[in-house]
Design a protein around this ligand. Structure first.
Ligand SMILES: Cc1cc2nc3c(=O)[nH]c(=O)nc-3n(C[C@H](O)[C@H](O)[C@H](O)COP(=O)(O)O)c2cc1C
Length: 223
């Protein structure tokens, strides 16, 4: 499947059916997490058939229902910990979508105390991602006007257009879209347009989408 189709089909899904993730899909997801941990140095953990991570009033208030599987994003304290979690967490999201699963990132509305118990000593919890068979496929989020998110003059290569389109469709904490993508002397650049509490995670997510769709590396400036 074309990566743009996967990116367009992905929406945050907070309510899940009781259908379990099948053993062959689990093996594939486990392999991905193992590979991403090896590449990044992060300590991501995938939990199956464990409702404790979203078993709280806050999670229900945030409209999460029947979350039985989730990815824990954590690692040792480092300046790029959050960006890395964003980048590799979103790689996982896109692969899960390819396997017919749905996902939703969470930094606020989940059961933090239960998830913290799973961490290795010294690790920091950055976020979790619910994963499973959604009760629906979700709906598209509202975007800021394209001109505010993408800056470019003159003729623009097709790969940049694809990357920018994919970036706009990325999941974003509180849907704030505090980023700007530009092409500077032929090089794609991702800038922070105003800091928010989860901006670094968002930047990693946006970078992942841009690179997956354009097959070009984008440099983050002003983290
Ligand atoms: C880093 C991050 C944290 C998020 N935290 C939460 C959360 O705590 N609770 C929640 O219901 N949604 C959360 N979301 C989901 C966003 O609200 C959602 O991605 C955004 O509204 C865009 O919608 P979409 O993912 O369907 O495109 C989070 C998303 C991201 C990227």
């Amino acid at each position: 499947m074309d990566i743009m189709q996967v990116i367009r089909a992905r929406h945050s899904v907070r309510a899940y059916t009781p259908r379990k993730i099948e053993p062959e899909r689990r093996r594939e997801l486990d392999r991905l997490v193992e590979r991403y941990n090896a590449e990044s140095g992060l300590h991501m953990q995938l939990r199956y058939d464990d409702p404790s991570g979203f078993d709280s009033r806050l999670a229900h208030y945030g409209s999460f229902r029947n979350v039985n599987n989730y990815l824990v994003l954590a690692g040792a304290k480092a300046p790029d910990l959050e960006t890395n979690c964003g980048y590799y967490g979103e790689k996982f999201v896109l692969e899960a979508q390819k396997l017919g699963l749905n996902t939703c990132w969470a930094v606020l509305t989940f059961q933090k105390s239960a998830v913290r118990k799973l961490l290795a000593e010294g690790d920091r919890l950055v976020a979790v991602i619910a994963v499973g068979y959604g009760a629906t496929q979700g709906t598209a989020h509202k975007n800021k006007p394209r001109e505010r998110l993408v800056r470019c003059r003159g003729e623009v290569p097709a790969w940049f257009v694809r990357g920018a389109e994919a970036a706009i469709l990325a999941p974003i904490a509180m849907n704030q879209q505090k980023f700007q993508i530009s092409l500077e002397n032929g090089e794609p650049v991702l800038r922070v347009a105003g800091l928010g509490p989860y901006t670094k995670i968002d930047l990693g997510i946006v970078k992942c989408h841009f690179e997956a769709a354009s097959e070009h590396t984008i440099r983050i400036v002003g983290e």
